[in-house]
Design a protein around this ligand. Structure first.
Ligand code: FAD
Length: 412
């Protein structure tokens, strides 16, 4: 004979812990299973160890502003019903100190462990039973033959035995950072139940470039500066104003992580290395007034190392500014203001902060996150084709989708 639960939640990360806690607090018998020995490894490493747990600028009425996916509008009901303010209130209730960094991003003052401890306390409050490390071997659905009250039940075969439940919640996250436990379990389970998937690829990831083409810039590794970065055709253009970081292999930093979620393989990105500066004017002015080398003049507008490397790209730019031709200066202004380059790829799931694509939202209810054609089966968090910007948006989606699901599991 097998154990019975109202709901089995698979994946004890951000979404799974929160959903299990809320469903438990509503009186359901909940079992939470994770194959990792520790809960929420991703929360632990998030936000540089301080967990950027939400974002004050999230606009639930316009999810397309901060979320990507085939249909960002899908996230609207869940994001509207459980808001950043709701999560902030919970964090405050637990006495966790936090601060706003910039652009609405909220971080713990002390450590991401505070958020994990909070979620575990919420689970304890909901009498959630937790099994980990524990592998889930198989999930089988049996439609009920007679009873009208329920559509059927699930049998979940695990390393610790078989359990039965009316509902299964899949909260196994995306593919990024396999070394701390990411798997494709959620996608495979979706396929087992004939749910369509949107192709997965790394998002919020550093971009890489062809080795030979990149070598002039490799010496700039470690350099950071504010830029405007964009990609897409005129009609679909997306631009971010954030910091750029040069690495040995390519580009990273918030500007590049953000744009990587919009970048389409085979297309270029464009970077304004001196945003807010009218370069043609600044260089014309320098030419009229100065006899310094172009690199020295550029160093007033850019980090000196970048100014040097930039001027070194053309003999026309390796002379005193007053001796440069108008044409050479115009070309310099043009290239600094619009440095166009074609990434060869991203650094992949090893470095990506999120997975783009996932369970196709058309197959899910946007109010409950339940599979439309498979009663009792729910998908929440990153496994769904909803990915957020850098800045706390991914966690807010995890909390909000978890809350919507918990409410559906146990209507008040
Ligand atoms: P996860 O939190 O990844 O949880 C999935 C859980 O499922 C894990 O515990 C895993 O062990 C378990 N699991 C996987 N496969 C199986 C299986 N086969 N069987 C059983 N269990 C399984 N987002 C922000 O909003 N702010 C940040 O500051 C931030 N920083 C980040 C930093 C890094 C380095 C990374 C990689 C991501 C960051 N993110 C951040 C993104 C955020 O961590 C995720 O979007 C979020 O954790 C997704 O929540 P989830 O519950 O869906 O999945």
């Amino acid at each position: 004979s097998s154990l019975h639960f109202d709901a089995v939640v698979i994946g004890a990360g951000a979404a799974g812990l929160f959903c299990a806690a809320r469903a438990g607090q509503r009186g359901l018998g909940v079992l939470l299973i994770d194959h990792s020995p520790r809960v929420a490894e991703k929360i632990r490493i998030s936000g540089g160890g301080r967990c950027n747990f939400t974002n004050r600028e999230l606009d639930a009425r316009a999810p397309q502003r901060h979320f990507v996916g085939a249909n960002p509008q899908f996230a609207r009901p869940a994001l509207s019903r459980y808001t950043p303010q709701d999560f902030i209130a919970l964090v405050q209730h637990h006495g966790i100190a936090f601060h706003e960094k910039h652009k609405g991003q909220l971080f713990c003052d002390r450590s991401a462990e505070d958020i994990i401890a909070m979620l575990l306390a919420e689970c304890a409050d909901g009498r959630v039973e937790r099994w980990q490390p524990c592998q889930v071997k198989n999930v089988v659905f049996s439609a009920s033959s007679r009873r009208e009250s329920s559509a059927g039940s699930y049998q979940i075969d695990t390393e610790r035995g078989t359990v039965e439940a009316r509902s299964v919640v899949v909260a196994t996250g995306g593919l990024s950072i396999p070394k701390i436990g990411a798997t494709d379990f959620g996608y495979r389970l979706a396929q087992q139940f004939d749910l369509p998937l949107v192709e997965r690829r790394p998002g919020l990831a550093p971009l890489t470039f062809d080795g030979a083409a990149w070598s002039p810039y490799a010496q700039l590794a470690g350099l950071a500066l504010p830029v405007a970065i964009s990609t897409g055709s005129k009609k679909t253009r997306t631009t971010f104003h954030e910091d750029l970081l040069f690495t040995h292999r390519g580009l990273s930093g918030p500007a590049v992580l953000q744009i990587s979620s919009y970048w389409q393989p085979g297309t270029p990105i464009a970077i304004d290395l001196a945003p807010g500066v009218h370069l043609p004017e600044a260089l014309a002015l320098a030419k009229a007034r100065s006899r310094k080398l172009i690199a020295n003049e550029l160093a007033a507008l850019l980090p000196a190392r970048l100014a040097d490397a930039w001027a070194a790209q053309s003999t026309d730019w390796q002379r005193p500014v007053n001796e440069a031709s108008d044409k050479a200066l115009a070309r310099l202004a043009e290239r600094l203001g619009r440095w166009e380059l074609a990434p060869t790829g991203t650094e992949g799931y090893k470095k990506a902060e999120v997975t783009l694509g996932g369970v196709d939202t058309r197959a899910l209810s946007q109010h409950t996150l339940e599979a439309k054609a498979q009663p009792g089966l729910y998908f929440i968090g990153e496994v769904v084709d909803v990915a957020g910007w850098l800045g706390g948006y991914n966690f807010q989606w995890a909390w909000a989708s978890a809350a919507a699901c918990a409410q559906a599991l146990a209507p008040a």
